[in-house]
Design a protein around this ligand. Structure first.
Ligand SMILES: [Zn+2]
Length: 417
């Protein structure tokens, strides 16, 4: 008799449910706990909660957390009711979500462990579950979270791509820049990848979008232009993306010049790569001295470097007209520079100037997406890669979607135990 009380407490059973029987299989290291509703308990329809007459019962079982290292199985003849309005329905049980083969507490423990970045394999081994069972709990948690995520209204989004398994395989990730959470994960990095996100929104949600931060990626630009009204003033090209193109240009000029100087026995540019590519504010005294000395040599690399640094200063201007004017002056000078790599970036900036000015006026960068991206790579490493894209997508939404993942009855079970 004591057994029954003990298990009723362990399972957090609430009225009208009670433990009817406890069977211990010592050899099989298993406990089977049979529960059922008290006699004459009022049963409710799961749809409308109205008291309804019982119809019949169906036996079901759930895996619970082990007790004293014994596999613990909960068994119940779950009543079905005959509701006037909804017909024959199986009543809800307080310890599990409908359709799950695990108690809510078991699922909650699996979810907590996975959230701490334990791998599916580790969680499965520790809780004596199969890999597929843990994967299933994770997948259902994401589905549950996505269903619960109320009609999200997002003002500022970031679009970025991240590598999936091999280097040339990608997924597109849409991030809420204000909430730093992942809203959408799609295959590939094509126009259709982003189209799918916009198709999942209703017209009000689309109208609420004020800014979209991204790299200068033609496919993504086309998708936003098609789906978001007034997108010509909402798409912002990321500052750090422009900076990285300019950094590449400086580096290219340096490499060519270094080669030319070396041919004349001059190794002035040797080992200077870091100095040219760093933010001058971050250089120490020795590096600053070296930079100044290099500048005095009047090198092409120094000229390219100056174009990069002036361009970065233009980002201070948030007023559209001023920003436009500053860039146009910069582009004109860059085009006369006779530095081919710099001219190439200048042409790219001229073509995308509208979106660069938007980014300055809207004060957006894709930094939040970048930080999501590095977290995604961490998840990928923790999982030692993913067998397929669906699992990868699920893992990203599980860890970074800001979703409410836990089964509803888990909290109730917690409070009564
Ligand atoms: Zn009903």
């Amino acid at each position: 008799m004591q057994d029954r009380d003990l298990y009723a407490r362990i399972l957090g059973l609430v009225d009208p449910w009670q433990v009817l029987d406890v069977q211990l299989d010592v050899k099989g290291e298993e406990v089977r706990v049979t529960v059922g509703p008290k006699m004459h308990a009022t049963l409710a329809c799961p749809e409308c909660s109205k008291p309804s007459p019982g119809y019949d019962t169906r036996q079901r079982s759930w895996r619970h957390l082990d007790t004293c290292q014994f596999k613990t199985i909960l068994v119940a003849d779950v009543p079905r009711v005959n509701c006037q309005e909804h017909g024959i329905k199986q009543v809800n049980v307080p310890w599990a979500e409908p359709g799950s083969g695990f108690t809510a507490l078991m699922e909650a423990v699996v979810i907590s462990w996975l959230l701490s970045l334990a791998s599916i394999k580790t969680v499965a081994e520790q809780l004596r579950l199969s890999w597929d069972e843990v994967d299933g709990i994770m997948g259902r948690a994401v589905d549950r979270g996505l269903l619960r995520r109320k009609r999200v209204s997002v003002r500022r989004i970031g679009v970025d791509e991240t590598s999936f398994q091999r280097r040339h395989e990608y997924v597109t990730i849409v991030t809420d820049l204000d909430g730093s959470r992942v809203l959408h994960v799609a295959d590939g990095r094509k126009r259709e990848s982003l189209d799918a996100f916009f198709r999942s929104l209703d017209p009000d949600q689309i109208a609420a979008i004020e800014a979209v931060a991204m790299d200068m990626c033609g496919a993504f630009i086309a998708s936003v232009l098609e789906h978001v009204p007034d997108a010509e003033r909402k798409i912002g090209f990321d500052k750090f993306h422009v900076a990285s193109h300019l950094g590449d240009a400086v580096n290219r000029v340096r490499r060519d010049e270094h080669k030319a100087l070396l041919a004349n026995g001059d190794d002035s540019l040797k080992g200077s790569r870091f100095i040219w590519l760093s933010n001058p504010d971050n250089l120490d005294a020795a590096a600053t001295g070296a930079l100044n000395a290099l500048h005095e040599m009047n090198l092409k690399t120094g000229k390219a470097w100056a174009f990069k640094e002036t361009a970065m200063c233009i980002w201070r201007f948030a007023q559209r007209a001023r920003a436009n004017a500053e860039w146009k002056t910069w582009i004109a000078k860059a085009m006369r520079s006779r530095l081919e790599p710099v001219k190439k970036v200048a042409r790219m900036i001229r073509e995308h100037l509208w979106g660069i000015v938007n980014a300055m006026a809207l004060k957006i960068t894709n930094a939040a997406s970048e930080s999501v991206n590095s977290k995604v790579q961490r998840i990928k490493r923790a999982a030692c890669g993913f067998r397929n894209r669906d699992r990868f997508r699920n893992a990203i939404l599980f860890h970074l979607g800001g979703l409410d993942l836990y089964p509803a009855s888990a909290s109730a079970t917690h409070t009564t135990s």
